[in-house]
Design a protein around this ligand. Sequence first.
Ligand SMILES: C[S@@+](CC[C@H](N)C(=O)[O-])C[C@H]1O[C@@H](n2cnc3c(N)ncnc32)[C@H](O)[C@@H]1O
Length: 243
Amino acid sequence: MFSPQGPSLRELCIQALSSVERGYDLLAPKFDHTPFRTPENILEATAHALSETGPFGTGLDVCCGTGAGLTVLRRLCAQQITGVDFSAGMLRQARTANPNTTLVRADARALPFTGVFDLAVTFGALGHFLPAERPALFEGVYRALRPGGLFALPIGAPPPLTSVWHWAELGFDLAMVVRNAVLRPPFVMYYRTTPLSAVRRDLTAAAFTVESIPLTAVGRHRDGSPRCWLVLARKPAVQQPSG
Ligand SMILES: C[S@@+](CC[C@H](N)C(=O)[O-])C[C@H]1O[C@@H](n2cnc3c(N)ncnc32)[C@H](O)[C@@H]1O
């Protein structure tokens, strides 16, 4: 699962016993050698789908980590691109690989931007947010976008019950529930708390207009269903009066 340059089992255990922020600080130098970095086929399929919607001006990668999503934004955005993450260690790695990018250290549950981006993306990070935290995340992205701006996020479809991955994800989430019941600080990472339907519902509640398209280039499960969807959440160009 990991290349020789990746973290050892001992290092992974120490990281999993830390907070999310501290865990990623520790993992950062070896993160790009783990399967936790968003794979190229998902980045490529997302960039391809969005190239049919663009071009875009400014771009934001939410929970940018070492910068996987920044490579997508660089292809699609003609103006400044920005990455935001709360791990200083991950941002240090992103800075080395992305010298001309604005990198901001902030908690994605309280994004510090208003009306500045035409495109926002997030890759591989939704599992770090409890369902109750998603509204703050999505409202922050909505606020960060210009009217008419687009928030794009690929979401993995749950593997079928007959797949070994279904049971692996279930086992991982149950282990996390137990870990977080007995240890502080919590390490929030769950695979099964961000189904497409719940993400769409929360984005709609944040006032986005939502559609989702299958990323067929990422492949299909054995039952023929797509492995990955791209959710496209649009901030209306004309703001509705509140109340
Ligand atoms: C699995 S990594 C994904 C990184 C990158 N987007 C990618 O696809 O390779 C998750 C990232 O989310 C960041 N993260 C998790 N919770 C966060 C929060 N509340 N605010 C900001 N960043 C957060 C972590 O620091 C980490 O860099």
